[in-house]
Design a binder for this molecule. Structure first.
Ligand code: TRP
Length: 457
């Protein structure tokens, strides 16, 4: 990314929606329901919301203020603020996390593209609940098909990143986010009014407090970082396009609220639908396929006597899911591309190509872990699961902890105050609370949860 002709987001709402576009993605609609389902329903939601409030919002404010202050990408930002110190490793860790997440994220993003095409081709029509698990497993275990869709998604991301996303992202997000909201509300209403929905709501909302264990808290924290796009410098990069009037605290609050609402709403869509369709869910058998075997069935069930509506809603659902995934993959690709381009002195196109090829190779291996490589297990997990676990439960929290320490202890207090209060023009009475959290609470809490789980304490 060059600093010469830096664009800014044109409006406050544009800045919020672009950051929300990075945050809202597969993490909310695909990953959150899986985590809630397997980790004790509302008990998980409570711990999750606690992580968002206590850790997520202050760390998001840190990323925002570092980005806006330096007006640089994440690697450059630490070099500018802490020249010649090991802090540059925070930027590098972020880049590595971005690479790992982008690789396996593109696999699921590829599924959304395949399902968009299936929906457009009206392939769900006339199928029964029993057919969808088969359609899905036939698709993911077909090595060519899932790799091809992953590659297709990577190429679309690549094309947009090469062109530069600044003026694109904002316009795209302003159109897409409200549309996504409307569709989510429509789907949630359809889902909770289905017969048998109460069983699903009970599954979602009945807290199983016996599930609150160290592992569960770690997963809730990992999910919070993942869903809010924290810990790898994505939001830091986006904040470098904020203008001087953007209220960092308010923006962080809005993005976190939007993100959490979308996640919880996804739970309201998915679980009633799952039970309505007659899948007797056990907490242990919820997996990545949840969204792809149950949702196609919901459309048919909910609008059974209105096939046109069933068709339209299913196309819209997968299309918007795909777009939500795309705004997220773009933001991750951007972080890695900017780093490669600067550190290795390459032009943007060449850097993006290197990133795309490397991610495609690793993403290909992840895609194959649902088919031919299903039996290849590392620490008892497939490559896909391992990447997901390590990136969101270890790399992002470590990144978040270092960002908190950097802002709380290393960074000049004046910089923090000036950025949060827009040079004194905002009151921001919450500032001492945020600084206290960044200094003490976030590092200690993350360290305890993380290292406690890794068995280092
Ligand atoms: N937050 C996105 C989602 O929920 C994924 C994502 C985009 C992300 N950028 C990120 C996750 C940076 C972690 C860090 O789908």
């Amino acid at each position: 990314m060059d600093n010469n002709a830096r664009e800014n987001f044109g409006s406050k709402i544009g800045a919020v929606l672009a950051a929300a576009g990075s945050a809202v993605g597969l993490g909310n609609i695909w990953r959150f329901p899986i985590e809630v389902g397997t980790n004790g329903g509302a008990a998980f939601i409570i711990v999750y919301v606690g992580c968002v409030l206590l850790l997520g919002i202050p760390i998001m404010m840190s990323e925002f203020l570092i980005g806006r202050h330096t007006q640089a990408n994440t690697a450059g930002a630490y070099r500018m603020l802490a020249p010649g110190t090991p802090w540059r490793w925070v930027g590098r860790l972020g880049v590595l996390s971005g690479f790992v997440i982008l690789s396996y994220y593109s696999v699921v993003a590829g599924w959304t593209a395949e399902y968009t095409v299936l929906a457009i081709g009206n392939s769900f029509d006339g199928k029964s609940a029993a057919d969808f698990p088969q359609i899905f497993s036939r698709f993911v275990s077909n090595p060519w098909l899932s790799v091809a869709w992953m590659l297709a998604f990577m190429v679309i991301t690549h094309v947009i990143v090469v062109r530069g996303v600044k003026s694109g992202i904002e316009k795209f997000s302003k159109l897409m986010m409200p549309a996504l909201f409307v569709i989510l509300i429509v789907l949630a209403v359809c889902s909770v009014t289905l017969p048998g929905a109460s069983q699903g709501l009970e599954f979602l909302l009945k807290p199983d407090f016996s599930k609150i264990t160290g592992t569960m808290v770690l997963r809730a924290m990992g999910q919070a970082f993942f869903s809010l796009s924290l810990g790898l410098g994505c939001l830091c990069t986006y904040a470098s396009y904020f203008n001087r009037e953007t209220n960092i605290g308010k923006t962080a609050l809005s993005v976190s609220l939007i993100d959490t609402m979308v996640a919880i709403m996804s739970g309201f869509i998915i679980f009633p639908a799952v039970f309505n369709a007659g899948y007797m869910l056990d907490r242990s058998d919820i997996g990545p396929s949840l969204l792809f075997i149950t949702m196609p069935n919901v459309f048919g069930q909910a609008f059974g006597n209105m096939p046109v509506l069933a068709y339209a809603v299913s196309v819209l659902f997968y299309f918007l899911l795909m777009l939500a995934a795309l705004t997220s993959t773009i933001s991750m690709h951007e972080v890695v591309t900017a780093y490669v381009s600067e550190e290795f002195d390459m032009n943007r196109r060449k850097a993006a190509t290197v990133v795309t090829i490397a991610c495609s190779v690793v993403g290909g291996l992840c895609a194959l872990s649902f088919g031919p490589f299903e039996g290849v297990k590392i620490f008892g997990m497939t490559l896909f699961d391992l990447f997901d676990y390590v990136a969101s439960n270890i790399m992002l929290p470590v990144g978040g902890m270092l960002i908190a320490i950097f802002t709380g202890w290393y960074l000049d207090k004046k910089v923090v105050r000036d950025e949060i209060t827009n040079n004194g023009s905002l009151r921001a009475r919450y500032l001492p609370v945020v600084v206290f959290i960044l200094k003490y609470i976030a590092p200690v809490a993350i360290a305890c949860i993380l290292f406690g789980q890794l068995g280092l304490f």
